[in-house]
Ligand binder design. Structure first.
Ligand code: ADP
Length: 290
């Protein structure tokens, strides 16, 4: 992975000393960063994300996640090309995904490929070699042999600590009860899975091949159900996607009982990032599992 001291330096190192950026078009859709399509003098295009200097760590973590997902070869993931700082800004340059029409079997292939990702060889322990981010919140990934303990210690507890001052007593008690009974709520998976970690619909894009490519990961080794649950948090994907997933890896009949518990992590994170509109959702789910 190239590290550069300016965007121009990165482009010259990647494409040759005479190549420069000739146009920069804003791309909308991101939550956190400013995103652009850069047109280069050699006719190539790259995707550029920028933010303040102190976002370099976030971009570096994103690169590690993209590289880990790409290494499986299971599903389309844009290639990270360079990270660095440019004056007061941090940047990440990656492969640009040209828009294309979706294949008619877009959702079927997406289901098969996500299941293949989750079946790819990965480390036996839950976690990831480095910490990363969920949105802009740090996400701890120190390894654990137990999925339930990992989800309690590295997912629920850090978010609960951040949210504590926003919670009423009843929700606090419910969440504490969940963490105390986590072993009975979350079974260990039959196999560990490298998951995307933040797979809402905005983090999947139709790539130039007409298939789904996955972006902006918060990757770690987990129970694959955690990825499926996130796809359902804000509306869900079409049934065809889940049916196709199920053809590769059967989704356990009791998975729907756990779905909101996995998503409690994301909802606590949304409460921490975006505030009180997420409180009633957190409270009602916490109450249900307590
Ligand atoms: P943020 O880090 O701010 O959440 P994203 O990674 O989600 O930003 O990217 C913002 C938007 O840019 C996405 O919604 C998507 O539409 C588009 N996008 C992301 N990556 C690429 C890419 N490699 N090629 C083309 N468009 C992309």
């Amino acid at each position: 992975m190239l590290t550069a001291n300016s965007i121009n330096e990165a482009i010259s190192a990647l494409f040759g000393p005479s190549v420069t950026a000739v146009d920069r078009q804003r791309v909308s859709g991101g939550d956190i960063n400013r995103a652009y399509r850069l047109e280069l003098s050699n006719g190539a295009r790259v995707f550029l994300k920028c933010n303040r200097h102190d976002f370099l760590g976030m971009f570096t973590a994103e690169v590690k996640g993209l590289e880990a997902l790409r290494a499986t070869g299971a599903i389309g993931v844009p290639e990270p090309l360079a990270v660095g700082t440019d004056g007061a800004e941090a940047f990440l340059i990656m492969e640009y995904l040209s828009p294309a029409p979706r294949r008619p079997d877009y959702w079927e292939i997406f289901g098969h490929e996500l299941a293949a990702l989750h079946r790819a060889k990965c480390g036996p322990r839950f976690g990831f070699p480095t910490d990363n981010y969920i949105g802009s919140t740090p996400q701890q990934n120190a390894p654990s042999d137990s999925w339930a303990a990992f989800f309690r210690d590295r997912r629920l507890l850090p978010q609960m600590e951040l949210a504590w001052g926003l919670l009423d007593d009843r929700t606090r008690r419910s969440l504490t009860s969940i963490t105390e009974r986590i072993d009975s709520l979350l079974p260990e998976p039959a196999f560990p899975s490298l998951i995307h970690g933040d797979l809402w619909s905005g983090n999947a894009l139709c790539g130039p091949d007409g298939k789904a490519w996955i972006l902006d990961p918060a990757a770690y080794v987990a129970h694959f159900e955690a990825d499926l649950a996130m796809t359902e948090l804000f509306g869900g994907f079409p049934n065809r996607f889940y049916q196709s997933y199920n053809e590769v890896t059967p989704i356990d009949r009791s998975y729907p009982d756990r779905r909101d518990l996995y998503n409690l992590y994301h909802l606590l994170n949304h409460l921490n990032l975006f505030g009180l509109p997420y409180l009633s959702n957190v409270s009602s789910i916490a109450k249900r599992y307590a």
